[in-house]
Design a protein around this ligand. Structure first.
Ligand SMILES: [Zn+2]
Length: 412
């Protein structure tokens, strides 16, 4: 196998994909939120057809799907691989001008004309990348490794599987829009994507294997007041803003995102708006453990009831809880091979597996909740959503290798 040939193809694919401006637009009502995502989807459709995949389709929401039937009778199960087309709205993804640094010598890297730089002083992980080929930005945009590295890795794995005639199970591919704005999964054709399990290739450093994420809900709390001229307000005015401030004092002070890490949950006051007559607070509720997640929701409801009883308000405070997403582990643990096969594949590739709980949600969490277990695998990238985003070509090669190994294992 000519590994240099595939390494070059991997690099060229990646560099070409990041030339598409696929930034998603916040507050969009439907997918794709930007035309660039459809352009990239159409291009990938052509490439998948050229690679010999079947049932290659792009729906009107820019979801690309494709199928590669197994070439061994013993490998009759189906594994899906998923990556997203869009880039983050947090940083421009237009006119990305990647720079390739061969044999990184260590030390600072000046980006573009040098107004921005990345340094191992701020990013100690850069020490591990000495000697590698790095791809960085020119300091004006993000790179788009999140998640075009995932797409390039899946595509290159398919190319190797096909050209080298490697043994593989049934494979399903999906490239999806608008992951960054949490919209794309609404349009995912799950019924046409039957898999035993799937992986998103959307993680960070080499070795990351993620299958636990937050349970998430939002509590919206509404306060009603009574406005009276301040000169005559005594015993008459009810200030909704003051009520909201008092209400917030009832929350545990240390259970907030800025004071928690790892598997600790929190309440996060993310929105506070109002005037004398009306006010509202929005809290994000997050916890890995389902039981303590339920307790957190109950806490907000109980505190609302207690607050109402204490204040004796004419119009009581109202609290509504909206569910967001669930910890995928609840579903993934029912298909332990989704984890064990990925671990074995990484082991074969000489990679140390890094288990990290995701302090957020992923498209895989959404799919898991719908019944398709979907852990997340590394891409090899760092500093996503930023001008300082970078990736190593060798890390990307590792992801390709892991994919080609995963599809070789028999399902028990
Ligand atoms: Zn991503």
């Amino acid at each position: 196998m000519d590994t240099n040939y595939y390494k070059n193809n991997l690099l060229n694919r990646f560099l070409y994909y990041v030339s598409f401006d696929t930034q998603s637009k916040p507050n969009a009502k439907s997918s794709p939120s930007s035309i660039g995502q459809m352009k990239l989807a159409k291009y990938l459709q052509k490439e998948l057809i050229d690679l010999g995949l079947q049932k290659v389709e792009v729906n009107k929401h820019s979801v690309v799907t494709a199928y590669l039937p197994s070439n061994r009778p013993a490998l009759s199960h189906t594994i899906g691989f998923i990556a997203h087309l869009d880039t983050s709205p947090e940083c421009s993804g237009k006119n990305v001008k990647p720079e390739v640094i061969e044999n990184y010598r260590g030390g600072d890297i000046a980006l573009g004309i040098g107004e921005e730089f990345i340094s191992p002083v701020y990013y100690p992980f850069m020490h591990q990348l000495i000697g590698k080929t790095l791809i960085v930005t020119d300091g004006n945009t993000l790179l788009g490794a999140d998640n075009k590295a995932g797409i390039a890795e899946i595509m290159t794995a398919l190319e190797i599987i096909q050209k080298e005639k490697l043994p593989h199970c049934n494979i399903r591919i999906a490239f999806t829009p608008d992951e960054e704005i949490g919209l794309g999964m609404q349009y995912f054709p799950l019924a046409d994507f039957p898999c035993d399990w799937a992986y998103t290739i959307d993680g960070g450093e080499v070795g990351e294997l993620e299958y636990e994420n937050f349970n998430a809900a939002t509590a919206k709390v509404y306060f009603s007041g009574r406005s009276i001229h301040t000169g005559y307000a005594k015993d008459k005015m009810v200030n909704a803003l003051t009520l909201a401030c008092d209400f917030h004092q009832g929350f545990p002070k240390d259970e907030v995102p800025e004071k928690t890490e790892g598997k600790e949950g929190f309440f996060h006051l993310e929105h506070f708006a109002g005037d004398i007559e009306k006010a509202e607070l929005h809290y994000l509720i997050r916890d890995f453990d389902l039981k303590s997640f339920d307790q957190r929701k109950q806490f907000v409801l109980d505190w609302t009831a207690k607050f109402n009883a204490e204040k004796g308000l004419k119009i009581p405070v109202e609290c509504v809880i909206y569910e967001s997403y669930k910890n995928m582990y609840e579903v993934v643990q029912q298909t332990p091979q989704a984890i064990s096969i990925a671990e074995k594949a990484m082991d074969l590739c000489g990679i140390n597996v890094i288990h990290k709980p995701i302090r957020g949600g992923t498209d895989g969490a959404f799919l898991s909740e719908k019944g398709l277990p979907c852990p997340n695998i590394f891409t090899g990238g760092y500093n996503f959503h930023s001008k300082h985003e970078l990736i190593s070509l060798e890390g990307m090669e590792k992801a390709v290798e892991v994919i080609t190994e995963i599809v070789k294992f028999k399902k028990m």
